[in-house]
Every structure is written in C-alpha cells, then in structure tokens.
Design a protein around this ligand. Sequence first.
Ligand SMILES: Cc1ncc(COP(=O)(O)O)c(C=O)c1O
Length: 401
Amino acid sequence: MNERLVEQVTAELDALREARTYKHFLTLESPQGPVVQMTGRGEVIVLSSNNYLGLAAHPDVVRAGIEGLERYGAGTASVRFICGTFAPHLELERALAELSGTDAALTYVSCWNANEAVIPTLTDAETVILTDELNHASIIDAVRLARPASKVIYPHSDMAALRDGLAAAPRTARKLIVTDGVFSMEGDLAKLPDIVELARKHDAVVIVDDSHGVGVLGETGRGTVEHFGLLGEVDVITGTLGKALGGAAGGYVASSAAVCDLLAQRSRPQLFSNALPPTVACSALAAIEVMLARPDLLAKLHENTRRFRALLAETGYAPLEGEAAIIPIIVGETAEAIALSQRLLDEGVFVTGFGYPVVPEGTARIRVQMSAALEDEHLERAIEAFRRVRRSHRHGAESHE
Ligand SMILES: Cc1ncc(COP(=O)(O)O)c(C=O)c1O
C-alpha cells in the first residue's frame, strides 16, 4: 500500500469530519417502506427515500424479482451483444417505450450510465450542449465526457439565457438541450413547454432526465413530459428504475428506434458493461404494471404531498414551492442541515441533510420526500417530530441570547 496516498486520503477524510460533513451510512434491517428498522435506532419513519409509489417492497414486485432470478439466474454474465439478452429485458424496454410515449427504449444498469451513454453518443465534433446549471451530477459528468465543441451552462430555468445560447450556436451544429424534468434538490419542474418551443425554433434536440418525475407527475404517472402534455414531443427521455419504478437500480433511455439502435451499437456503458440483472428487469416491469393498474397510488402520493406541505407550513417551516414529491427546507450552512437531520432522526424521522457541494454554498437543506406508502398516522407522527425539533431549537437559541 502506498503510504503517502493513505496519509493524504486520511487527511481529506479528517477535513470532512472537522467540517461536520462526513456522511455516515445508516444500516437498515427491513425493506424500504413507510417505516424501516434501523440498526441501533429501531423503527423510524422514512421521509428520505425515492420510493414514491411505495413499490420497493410491493408483493407483486418482489415476486416478479424472485421469479426472474429462478428462471434466468443471476445475470447474463457478460455484455448483451456478446452474451445475449433475456426476454424480460426486451419486455421491459417495450413497456418503458410505451410509458415514455417513444418508439423504443434501451436499459442500462443505472440512469447514471444512461446519461453517460446518450449524451456522449449524440455529441459530435461540432455539437453544442446547452445544460441547466442545476442538472443532476450524472448529466454534468456526461457533458464533460462528451467533450462537445462548446457548452452553455445556463442559469437555472433561465429561458432567455437558453434562447441566447441557441441563437449564438452555429446554425449547422447539432444542438442538445439537456435538462432534469424535476430538479432533484429543488423539487421544481423544468419549463418544458418553453424548452420544446425554443428547440423547435432553433432545430435543437431535447433530452430530459425524468428520474424524479416518472411515477410522480402526469395523469397516469408518465412524468414531467405527460404533466405538460408533451408526450411524443421530447426527443430523448432518460430515467431510473431506482426510484418510483421499483427502487432497485437500473436506468433507461427512451427515444426513437434509430437513437436507441445507435446507442446499442455505440454507447460505451452498453458495449462494455453487463445488462441489468433479470431480477431487476422483472421487478421493474411488475412495478410499471402495478403503477398503471393502481392510479390510487399516484393520487395518494399527491394527497400526502399536499397534506405534508400544509402541516409543515402550520408548524412554521417554509419549504420551497413545487409540484413534485420533493419538499426541500433550506437551512443555510451544511453543518446545520446535517445537525437538523440528526435531531429529526433522534425523534424517529429519517430525513437527509444536503450541503455543499451537492447544493450551492449557503443553501444547505433537508430534503423531505413523500411516498404513497405513508399513512396519515406516519405523517402525523413525523410532523410532531418536526414540531418538537423546532421548539427545542428555538428554546436553545433563546437561552443563548
Ligand atoms: C435526476 C437524476 N438523474 C439520474 C440519477 C441517477 O440514477 P441512478 O441511481 O439510476 O444512477 C438520479 C439519482 O439520484 C437523479 O436524481
């Protein structure tokens, strides 16, 4: 072992601890649900997962995964083009295309990979990429990997800046506009109608990562694109299977048959990395089926979100506005956000604090996330915890005055 490396790495870790931004993994002993059993803490209410529709431990989803494992074994043991594809991969891709309102879809082991597949593959030496400053880290890295001729990082949802960037791009260059559908740290939606209109005007391609929109928005849960009535109008949609659609892992690109075919031929995460495990292909397919058959889950998610937002406001918190199931509460400094999430955990509520560099300096926050799995009883217990934490914080502050 290189001792200098170990010393340097240890110093870096010490700096994180000193800044109180070191992350501890909390161990769960039960499936993801409205509550989990946490090692050393017992039962806690979960307000931090992306299990939006509560399908992570749904009996149909679990059974489909087990059947997939029993029928197909653990996996392809190689890349799809080398070693073959299982039928559930194709079925899942058909279902994802149908869900996204596109001709085709192609799966990856994560949405991180899907973004790193599609953005570089569609970028040539002349391409200009226009990307929202608050896009997810996987998009930021994918743009770096793509090495476009130039990139325009426009201020968050600033349509005038996007328009100017498009107008300044060479007329013949391919122009890719890349945006989150729902911004993961803000919970707000991309201005998709404006983006699509600008793209049409400037002959640009629109790529939407809808990881936090699918299963949350739109009349049937098809996501931000459905929410805005734009199914069939967006060139490329990427998404994850690790949130509303079962919560295991996996991602996809949904687009035209030609784009998906090119990705199968050219994208490096497809050519040099294994397929999704069949357990996941089967469980994600079941999750889509449950979502479409049970519109009440989507309605419950919306009702829980509306209700918890109202309860937070009554309790004196002022979360950021938003239509999705992400409810961020800005607290300021990173250490403060971590301390608040720690106090809530002491009160039996699992909410994560996020600070720099995940969010800009000075805007650290806790991010509450709703799920259809939560019952009124959980929301009431959770808001009591928020109330107690707020009261004790105020008393603490007063006693220092
Ligand atoms: C907007 C967005 N895109 C991509 C990802 C990555 O998804 P995956 O876990 O499937 O790699 C996430 C996950 O946090 C996300 O929020």
